[in-house]
Write a protein that binds this ligand. Structure first.
Ligand code: UDP
Length: 331
C-alpha cells in the first residue's frame, strides 16, 4: 500500500512511519515541521514540507502521491495553550483537517486514519472508558479533536469516505534502539519530564495533587507505548484497505492505569537513583482516573500491545532521552 502520513515528522507519526515501512508499505510524509523534526523522518521516505492551512499544498500532495490511504496526525496538542489561544487551535486543528477532508473528497476519497484523543471524553465516571461514553471535552484542544471527528463522520455519510478514528490515551516511550522519541518543544508529559529531571535538566518533579479519590491519592492514567500505538495505525489502515471496516472509532490504551507515584517509582528503578519530588497543587482540568476500555480494537482489529510492563515502557523512554538529552539535532 502507498500511504501519505500527514504530520509524519512528529512523535507518534515518526514511529508509525517506521512501523508502516516494517510492514512493507510505501510512505511519504507531509509535515509543516512546526513541531515535527525532519531528522525523525527516515531516509528513503519523501518529506513534503507543507501546511494543511494551505489547501493547495495538501491537494497537490494528494495528486502527486496518489496514496491508497492517508493517516492524519498533524495537530497542535497542548491543552493549556489551547485555552489561552483558542483561535490558533480551532484554525490549525479544525480548519486544517477540513482542508484535508475537502482535498480527499475532491481528489479521491481514499481511507483516512485520524488521531483523536481521550480528551474528547472529559471527566467521566466510566472506569474503564468505552467508546460510547458521553463526549464532553473540557478543553479547546479536546473540542477541536471532537469537531474533527464529527466532520470525518459527516464526510463518510455524505461522500463515503472510509475512516478509522483512534482515541489515544497517554502515549509514552520510544522505539527500542533509541533512534527516535518524544521531543516536544514545550514539555508537559509526566514520563518525559521525569527523564529530563533524572538527566539533571530540571531540579525536581512536581506531583500535581495527592488528594484525588485513588488508592495513593495521585491521578491514574493509561500509558500506552508509542510503538504499540503505531501498530494500531498499521492495523487500522490495513483493515480499511482490505474493506474489513468502513467507519470505526476505537480507544487505544492498555486497559489498565498507573498512578503518578507508580510512574515516578518506575523511573527511579530504571534510572537507579530516586528523583527529587515535591507535592504541588492539583493541575487544572486533570480528571482523577482515565483508563481505556480497549476491548473493541482488540476484538475488531486484533490490537495486542507488547509493552504492558511499566518499567519496560519507562526504560525505552529513558534510553531515548539519555541518548538525546536535547532531543533532535543536539545528540
Ligand atoms: N503530572 C504530574 N507532574 C508533572 C506532569 C504531570 O504530577 O510534572 C501528572 C498530571 O497531573 C496527570 C499525569 O501526571 O495526572 C499525566 O499527565 P501528562 O501531562 O503526562 O498527561 P495528560 O494525562 O495530562 O494527558
Amino acid at each position: 500500500m502507498k500511504l501519505l502520513v500527514v504530520g509524519g515528522a512528529g512523535y507518534i507519526g515518526s514511529h508509525t512511519v517506521r512501523q508502516l515501512r516494517g510492514a512493507g508499505h510505501e510512505v511519504a510524509v507531509f509535515d509543516n515541521l512546526v513541531s515535527g523534526h525532519a531528522e525523525a523522518v527516515p531516509g528513503g521516505v519523501e518529506l513534503i514540507r507543507g501546511d494543511l492551512l494551505d489547501a493547495a499544498s495538501i491537494r497537490a500532495a494528494l495528486e502527486a502521491q496518489q496514496p491508497d490511504a492517508v493517516i492524519h496526525f498533524a495537530a497542535l496538542i497542548e491543552v493549556g495553550e489551547s485555552m489561552r489561544e483558542p483561535e490558533k487551535y480551532y484554525r490549525n486543528n479544525v480548519v486544517g483537517s477540513l482542508n484535508l477532508l475537502a482535498a480527499l473528497k475532491d481528489t479521491r476519497p481514499v481511507p483516512l486514519v485520524f488521531s483523536s484523543t481521550a480528551a474528547v471524553y472529559g471527566t467521566t465516571d466510566a472506569v474503564p472508558i468505552p467508546e460510547d461514553a458521553p463526549l464532553r471535552p473540557e478543553s479547546v484542544y479536546g473540542e477541536s479533536k471532537l469537531m474533527t471527528e464529527n466532520m470525518i463522520r459527516a464526510f463518510h455519510a455524505a461522500h463515503g469516505l472510509p475512516y478509522v478514528i483512534l482515541r489515544y490515551f497517554n502515549v509514552c516511550g520510544a522505539a527500542p534502539g533509541g533512534e527516535i522519541g518524544e521531543a516536544h518543544k514545550s514539555k508537559t508529559h509526566l514520563i518525559e519530564l521525569a527523564c529530563l529531571t533524572a538527566l539533571g535538566q530540571r531540579e525536581k518533579m512536581m506531583i500535581f495533587g495527592d488528594d484525588y479519590p485513588t488508592p495513593d491519592g495521585t491521578c491514574i492514567r493509561d500509558y500506552v507505548h508509542v510503538q504499540d500505538l503505531a501498530d494500531a495505525h498499521v492495523l487500522a489502515v490495513e483493515a480499511l484497505h482490505a474493506g474489513r471496516t468502513q467507519a470505526a472509532t476505537y480507544n487505544v490504551g492498555l486497559g489498565r492505569g498507573f498512578s503518578v507515584r507508580e510512574v515516578l517509582g518506575a523511573v527511579d528503578e530504571v534510572v537507579g537513583t530516586p528523583l527529587r519530588r515535591e507535592l504541588a497543587p492539583r493541575r487544572a482540568g486533570d480528571p482523577p482516573r482515565l483508563v481505556a476500555d480497549p476491548s473493541r480494537i482488540q476484538a475488531e482489529l486484533g490490537f495486542s500491545p507488547r509493552f504492558t510492563d511499566l518499567r519496560e515502557i519507562v526504560q525505552t523512554a529513558w534510553d531515548w532521552h539519555r541518548g538525546h538529552p536535547h532531543g533532535f539535532g543536539e545528540g
